[in-house]
Design a protein around this ligand. Structure first.
Ligand SMILES: Nc1nc2c(ncn2[C@@H]2O[C@H](COP(=O)(O)OP(=O)(O)OP(=O)(O)O)[C@@H](O)[C@H]2O)c(=O)[nH]1
Ligand SMILES: [Mg+2]
Length: 395
């Protein structure tokens, strides 16, 4: 299972545009709230340095691509309907669609950097609304959605726990299974949420506290202020100071389309692009690309690709590891060079990698070998970013 990132936010902020640019897939985009009803799913890529340059050969990825030593590792994105305050009580489209985000490893919350939309996504005029205020209500709606999942049958579970014994961790863990939360996170969240030892004192506030801890720990997120092309440098700096990444999803979409159409050469995340044939561009296209270029010069690119990479590598603290079957040639059994690039959490061990490749490989794990140093690694050896690893398992 690849990493899954949920794109969330109030209606009309630019979620689907951001999604569509990153995944190069068509998603409906409209300048009115609730354009998206059914979730959109797609694949985007994060960049990392590929070890194939050390071999002096070109890798053969099973998934993703590699361009001149830059490996593109696939990450799944899901774009959902807009969220409004009170969604957990059924306002707007309610929050049923949040169930699509159960397995998300992290969130990108999109806000409208122009501050032109009220909380329901209706246009109210530029600067009339502080977009950073969205961050709080969207987080709260997500927390209340999770609290609802935890509350389901909870009282009965707690009574049983008191009469028959057992562990609170286990009950909570089972309730939220499928949410991509691990047991350690549940235990830590229970500790942090100051759960009363007398369960009769357990009320909704306790459940919400617990849900809040679980979300913060297991599904961290970033705030992406899109439509950055519609604000000035001063407004942009202010949003950045308050912790948002300022991007232009629309300009990234223009670049991807122009690149696909053979008009320009552009690699996502680059700070500039190159026009391939000036003569092929009509005046509207020239004008659009001039505006894009101007924005890129001021912002070191559109910052769209960077936003996802910031979430993956800095916030979710992922590293990339390359499992191989031959530690000398870095190939699989079919001779493919560095076929897999796997995203894992920092701190993951050799046995974690074995299980990630195949549960069977984990069960039969004997040792691992570092493909660079040829050193033997035990099951608890902590992996590093860029490691090339062979797993040796019992036959
Ligand atoms: N100028 C500019 N316009 C943008 C940008 N991103 C989105 N828009 C416009 O904002 C409007 C809403 O975009 P969508 O991507 O449909 O927004 P959404 O958040 O998916 O909306 P819902 O699905 O209704 O919740 C459209 O008119 C887009 O063209 C951007 O980066 N710059
Ligand atoms: Mg949408």
């Amino acid at each position: 299972m690849s990493l899954l990132i949920g794109i969330i936010g109030k209606p009309n902020v630019g979620k689907s545009t951001f999604f569509s640019a990153l995944t190069e897939s068509a998603a409906e985009i409209g300048d009115y709230p609730f354009t998206t009803i059914e979730s959109n799913r797609g694949v985007t890529y994060v960049r990392t340095k590929c070890p194939d340059v050390e071999l002096g050969k070109t890798c053969q990825p099973n998934f993703g691509k590699c361009i001149n030593g830059t490996r593109l590792v696939p990450v799944e994105l899901i774009d959902v309907a807009g969220l409004v305050p009170g969604a957990h009580e059924g306002k707007g489209l309610g929050n049923k669609f949040l169930d699509d985000l159960r397995r998300a490893d992290g969130f990108i919350q999109v806000i409208d950097s122009t501050g032109s939309l009220d909380q329901s996504g209706n246009a109210v005029g530029k600067g009339k609304f502080d977009p950073m205020e969205d961050a709080e209500f969207v987080h709260n709606e997500i927390v209340l959605w999770l609290a609802n999942i935890i509350s389901d049958g909870l009282i009965r579970n707690l009574r049983k726990l008191e009469s028959e014994g057992g562990k609170l961790e286990t009950i909570i863990y089972e309730k939220i299974s499928g949410l991509g939360v691990d047991q350690r996170e549940v235990s830590a969240a229970i500790k942090n949420a100051a759960i009363p030892s007398n369960f009769k004192k357990w009320d909704d506030k306790v459940t919400i506290r617990l849900a809040d801890e679980i979300i913060r720990m297991s599904k961290p997120g970033i705030i992406v202020a899109t439509k950055g092309d519609k604000i000035d440098q001063e407004e942009s700096s202010k949003l950045k100071e308050r912790g948002a990444q300022v991007v232009s999803g629309d300009f990234e979409l223009v670049l991807r389309k122009a690149s696909k159409g053979g008009l320009i050469e552009y690699f996502p995340g680059d700070t500039s692009f190159r026009v391939l044939d000036e003569g092929k561009l009509n005046s509207a296209q020239k004008d659009a690309l001039r505006k894009v270029s101007d924005f890129m010069n001021h912002n070191a690119g559109t910052q769209t690709q960077e936003a996802v990479e910031h979430l993956v590598f800095t916030v979710l603290k992922m590293i990339v590891v390359y499992p191989v079957e031959d530690e000398n040639h870095w190939i699989d059994k079919n001779g493919n060079i560095l076929p897999d690039a796997i995203l894992m959490r920092q701190g993951s061990t050799a046995i974690d990698l074995a299980y990630k490749v195949h549960s069977d490989l984990g069960d039969r794990f004997i040792r691992a070998v570092n493909g660079r140093t040829k050193r033997i690694l035990g099951r608890d050896h902590v992996l590093e970013d860029g490691d090339v690893i062979k797993i040796v398992a019992a036959k």
